[in-house]
Write a protein that binds this ligand. Structure first.
Ligand SMILES: [Zn+2]
Length: 431
């Protein structure tokens, strides 16, 4: 099962989907959580709900070209932004989760593949992240008989009518993988020194299996890259013209990059970089309870990053996604030249006395700090959400820069928050 946010999200892994569907005869279910109704339309005036319908028509035809027939649309509103919690709030999160759990129980997937639940410097659409969050939740809940139990209870009279309850069986998927649109080409350079970044590698290197798209598909007799271009061409309201142009010129260089997947977790044997289906067992596996939420043990005074980063650190722990915290060790964000960014921080007072936090920012040359207040009185036992408000430099080369915020109480430094910002012509969604 692949859980996507928008109709056309699968194009970047379409060569891999064709390989497993048409060469390896795997059965594939695709779920789109939104109908893409806030997207642009490259070929007509249709927008909003009408565009949502067109995009679903495009998706059915595109997936049919890959040999995929099982497709579901959960029809949530497309929510262009970069904060996963804004998407989950604008969607009906509970409805989406219930539907995904139901579809896992109906289609009984061995493997779930979805967007990386992590903020990246990249397109970083919050709907992408939110589809990943909901898919992780469904992976962990579909085998739990106490979650959405109405789906599991047998109908009172199977041969009769007007039956309530759904008669499904619980199902535990075995392996979970992610994909991402993090901009790998600009993960490496520091603006101030021109040096390669030591702080993190490209997200797809060594974190999961990689599939070459240049070989010829035995079933289709064309390269996987060409299959991907052909699939892209079904999405004319979106970037279909790229596919049309590639097919016309027979130049597939925009499509022949390898499909790199990121290992999420596995309940069976197998290695991180091994094939997606390595170790997969035929039939059902036992339900695996995840750690779940455990409140962090806190004391004293604390100054930390806020949502969505803080949410993710709790989410990954709760769902046993152990390698996620190390994937992007320092929170990152992309910024256009002269773009205003508002970064959520938290001043927390777990001490027995009220305290006054005084916040300071260390910004690179050319950046400005528009944060309205520096002093934050925080009562004992409370956390105050601080909004750091900065504007990135308006010129210079593209590259990574470091931002740091610190908080003092009296003479004592109580904490600091570091963030890496990639400044360049990134465009796209509000940050
Ligand atoms: Zn998308």
């Amino acid at each position: 099962m692949a859980v996507m946010a928008h109709e056309d999200d699968e194009v970047m892994i379409a060569g891999y989907l064709a390989k497993i569907a048409q060469d390896e005869h795997k059965r594939i279910a695709i779920v789109y959580v939104t109908n893409g109704d806030a997207g642009g339309n490259a070929v007509g005036n249709e927008a909003g709900a009408a565009l949502g319908q067109l995009r679903q028509m495009e998706a059915r035809r595109a997936l049919a070209s890959l040999g995929i027939e099982n497709v579901w649309f959960l029809n949530q509103h497309d929510t262009p932004n970069q904060n996963v919690l804004y998407s989950l709030d604008h969607w009906d999160h509970a409805h989406v989760l219930g539907e995904l759990v139901r579809l896992v129980r109906i289609t009984r997937p061995d493997v779930v593949l979805t967007w990386l639940p992590d903020p990246v410097a990249g397109e970083n659409h919050a709907d992408h992240q939110a589809s990943g969050v909901a898919a992780v939740e469904a992976f962990d809940e579909a085998g739990d008989e106490t979650r959405f139990p109405e789906q599991l209870s047998p109908p009172k009279d199977r041969r009769g009518m007007a039956n309530l309850a759904e008669g499904l069986l619980p199902w535990q998927p075995q392996k979970l993988y992610f994909f991402t649109d993090a901009f790998e080409v600009f993960t490496a350079y520091w603006y101030d020194t021109g040096k390669l970044s030591p702080y993190r590698k490209n997200l797809g290197d060594g974190t999961g299996p990689s599939y070459d798209m240049k070989p010829i598909s035995p079933a289709r007799h064309i390269s996987y890259a060409q299959i991907e271009a052909d699939e892209q061409a079904y999405y004319m309201t979106q970037e279909g013209q790229l596919g049309v142009d590639a097919m016309k010129s027979k130049n597939f260089e925009h499509f022949d990059y390898p499909v790199k997947l990121i290992f999420g977790k596995s309940l069976v044997s197998g290695s991180v970089t091994g094939d997606v289906f390595e170790g997969v067992k035929a039939g059902a596996v036992a339900f695996k309870r995840v750690r779940g939420y455990e409140p962090p043990q806190e004391n004293g005074l604390k100054f930390e990053i806020g949502d969505p980063w803080r949410f993710y650190s709790l989410f990954w722990q709760a769902h046993d996604l152990h390698q996620m915290a190390g994937l992007i060790p320092v929170p990152e964000i992309a910024a256009d030249y002269g773009e205003r960014l508002i970064i959520a921080l938290r001043a927390c007072n777990y001490s027995g006395n009220d305290a006054i936090f005084v916040m300071g920012a260390t910004l690179p040359a050319g950046w400005s700090d528009n944060t309205e207040y520096k002093r934050y009185p925080v009562r004992s036992g409370e956390c105050y959400p601080v909004a750091a408000d900065v504007t990135s430099r308006s010129s210079g080369n593209e590259g990574w820069q470091e931002l740091t915020w610190t908080a003092n109480v009296g003479e004592r430094k109580v904490g600091s928050v570091e963030m890496h910002a990639y400044v360049g012509k990134v465009g796209g969604l509000p940050r």
